[in-house]
Design a protein around this ligand. Sequence first.
Ligand code: PXP
Length: 247
Amino acid sequence: MTASSVLLGVNIDHVAFIKKSRETSYPDLVQTVKLCEKSGADSITIHLREDRRHIQDHDAVLIRQHCKKLNFEMANTNEMITFALELKPDFCCFVPENRDEKTTEGGLALNKMTKIQEKSFKKDIERLKQAGIEVSLFIDPDEEIVKKTKELGATSVELHTGQYAIEYESNNHQSEFKKLKDAARLANNLSLKVNAGHGLNYKNLQQILKLPHLNELNIGHAIIAESVFIGLDDAIKKIKRIIDNSD
Ligand code: PXP
């Protein structure tokens, strides 16, 4: 896949965060979705967290009605699986969730699951797939975890780029990048779609676009932060230009 065909998923949790922080009706999330799509987002990502710190249940329902492609991030809980089966997003991405974290801090600990947990997770993934939802697992770039993703029946991996992003700040990211590259190759060999995200920004994105077999990038915080200065439309177009010019 060439970099220019890499899709962009825009995570709008941070817009919902502003709305939730004052319990106001603005910023309007449907307007946000429409603007993101018009500016070049290929899909919209939201994460309905257990503590409802940004996106609310009714926001998710409204966004589903108005967006072309929805990627729904969620923890592996009965509550969320039931919600997702009703919401019917195009994609579900399972992520680990921890109440005290500022944001998702790492990939799913698939290597620490018991056989019973694996069996139950497999069943849940199958239920979502039967409902026509593509299922992705947010994982660290690790060979065993990529293999486990396949065994569990997911259709895609979302490779966690958070550690790469941290190391990039001290120009020490090459070994993290290699892990991501190896994991992307393995996932593709196993017929898993390769997505990536977390901590990506206008600088560290360039090298990530060199990952083989990349299907989609999910980016939120950096786009919303940049929109403070240049507006959401230009912030998305600026990311799209980096993606399109990186062949
Ligand atoms: N992918 C996943 C699975 C995430 O949990 C997040 C953060 O919500 C992102 C991508 C986007 O990360 P960022 O906001 O740092 O771009």
